[in-house]
Design a protein around this ligand. Structure first.
Ligand SMILES: Cc1cc2nc3c(=O)[nH]c(=O)nc-3n(C[C@H](O)[C@H](O)[C@H](O)COP(=O)(O)OP(=O)(O)OC[C@H]3O[C@@H](n4cnc5c(N)ncnc54)[C@H](O)[C@@H]3O)c2cc1C
Length: 448
């Protein structure tokens, strides 16, 4: 099979996937991901009294193979005993689909792992005598607390709330773990007190997710479109009511606003803000444009992947941590262009070249490239709150007090959308502080 060829069966399951969705009150939920490829899978299962898989549903964020394998395994495993289902291997799923491209075998063929994780989740809950989520909200409320954003701040908040016995859901619109899994899943986390030196972003995310799931936090892969002051949260799948809301939607990359940016950033045409899928840059001529940590991280992530890597920035010097600057400067695979401004991006269907301006010589020059990574900074992600009336500061960050309270009653905020400090340790401590204050608020409302 060619590296990119899909069988008819894969195409069929991709185009018409079976059993998509989420089982309400599932007996077990399994979530696995391959942050390198960006694939995330969630399987929920219902187990019959005689120990068979009565129902299986999946939600997968990923490529054609990821969706096809998820769909296929739900068909294969329905009706099986748990023991039988635990024996299904990745190879069995690929065989049933009449093969997968070799590159997808390890990358996107995670459906068996997700099903096994759901079964293990069920078995653990059963052993503890608690099938389904631990805490339930009462009355008109679906949850005690809704957290918007499944990055480090949101997941920490949810873990803390669940450990206080309240019911909590986290809505994540893209990729669990936020910046850590969207930008550079293979990046090592720096400066986090007590964390082993070489901990990767993706491993940290995996353990946060496991902790959340083990505590009964409900995790929903749904983008929140609207929040109201009466704590009603709307997604494409439904409307959810809570006593309190924590907003932890982080940051978004800043646009450069140059010609060709919008045209080629839409639909994989060669302009990116993240290096989530390093394989897309394999053997390509790449320009990284910007300065600071985000740009330095991008250059380092592509150093041994791109065929030719140019790193251009407007300033005379690189800005960022000493270590990252030294690494980039020392690399003989990265060509540095200081004092250089990106003027436009050009091409027919995809990016073919860029026009740069040498600020020292005051002249334009062209560079032939296939891909451009724009890393000029991040801005607080507050778009969905424009109608809510939440107070922002003059730089667009959500204003909070020392207890992470916003100006709206029962609505709290935590993490990168509230501060330009933008450190994991800060996001996590804000998430924890918000959780404790929210829990007090909810308990008071309930009359405790
Ligand atoms: C390149 C780079 C390298 C970094 N390296 C380090 C480091 O080494 N050490 C360190 O301490 N810090 C580092 N940081 C900073 C750290 O990653 C952030 O401070 C942290 O991720 C912030 O967490 P957060 O939860 O506030 O936001 P995020 O991580 O941005 O998560 C927010 C989440 O909310 C979701 N979301 C947004 N809108 C919606 C919506 N409407 N509905 C549902 N979900 C939504 C997003 O999809 C995202 O998953 C780095 C940051 C960058 C950019």
């Amino acid at each position: 099979m060619k590296p990119t060829q899909y069988t008819e069966k894969v195409k069929e399951h991709f185009k018409n996937p079976k059993n998509v969705g989420e089982i309400k009150d599932a007996d077990g939920v399994g979530m696995v991901g391959n942050p390198l490829c960006g694939d995330m899978m969630q399987m929920s299962i219902k187990v019959s009294e005689d120990g068979r898989l009565e129902d299986i549903k999946f939600k997968t964020y990923g490529c054609g193979s990821a969706i096809a394998t998820s769909s296929m395994i739900t068909e294969m495993a329905k009706g099986m005993t748990l023991e039988e289902a635990l024996k299904i291997t990745r190879k069995d799923v690929a065989d049933e689909l009449e093969g997968l491209p070799p590159i997808k075998m390890h990358c996107s063929n995670l459906a068996a792992d997700a099903l096994h994780a759901a079964i293990q989740d069920y078995l653990q809950h059963k052993e503890r005598g608690e099938i389904g989520p631990r805490a339930k909200a009462e009355g008109a409320f679906n949850y005690d607390v809704i957290v918007i954003g499944g990055g480090p701040a949101g997941l920490t908040a949810a873990i803390q709330i669940a450990s206080r016995g309240l019911s909590v859901v986290v809505f994540e619109g893209k990729s669990w773990g936020g910046v850590l899994s969207t930008l550079y899943p293979n990046k090592k986390i720096l400066n986090f007190p007590g964390l082993p030196e070489n901990t990767l972003g993706r491993d940290f995310v995996t353990s946060l997710l496991k902790q959340a799931r083990d505590l009964g936090v409900e995790l929903k892969n749904e983008f929140v479109n609207e929040v109201s002051t009466d704590k009603v949260v709307k997604t494409a799948m439904g409307e959810y009511h809570a006593r309190a809301v924590i907003i932890a939607t982080g940051t978004l990359p800043l646009a450069c606003g140059i010609s060709g940016e919008t045209e080629f950033s839409d639909g994989d045409k060669g302009v990116y803000y993240y290096v989530t899928y390093p394989e897309k840059f394999m053997g390509k001529r790449v320009l990284v444009y910007g300065n600071g940590e985000q740009a330095l991280e991008s250059a380092q992530a592509l150093e041994n992947i791109a065929d030719k890597l140019t790193f251009a920035y407007k300033e005379k010097n690189l800005v960022g941590s000493d270590k990252a600057i030294k690494t980039v400067k020392r690399s003989d695979r990265i060509k540095l262009l200081a004092n250089t401004e990106l003027v436009k991006i050009e091409g027919t269907d995809t990016v073919e070249k860029v026009v740069l301006h040498d600020l020292g010589e005051d002249e334009d020059f062209e560079l032939v490239v296939d891909k451009v990574v724009l890393a000029v900074g991040m801005k607080p992600n507050t778009e969905i709150y424009s109608k809510l009336g939440i107070e922002l500061d003059d730089r667009g960050f959500v204003k909070v007090d020392k207890d992470q309270r916003t100006n709206l009653e029962g609505i709290y905020a935590a993490g990168d959308l509230t501060t330009d400090l933008q450190l994991l340790v800060v996001a996590i401590s804000q998430g924890a502080a918000a959780a404790h204050r929210v829990s007090e608020y909810v308990q008071k409302q309930k009359g405790f």
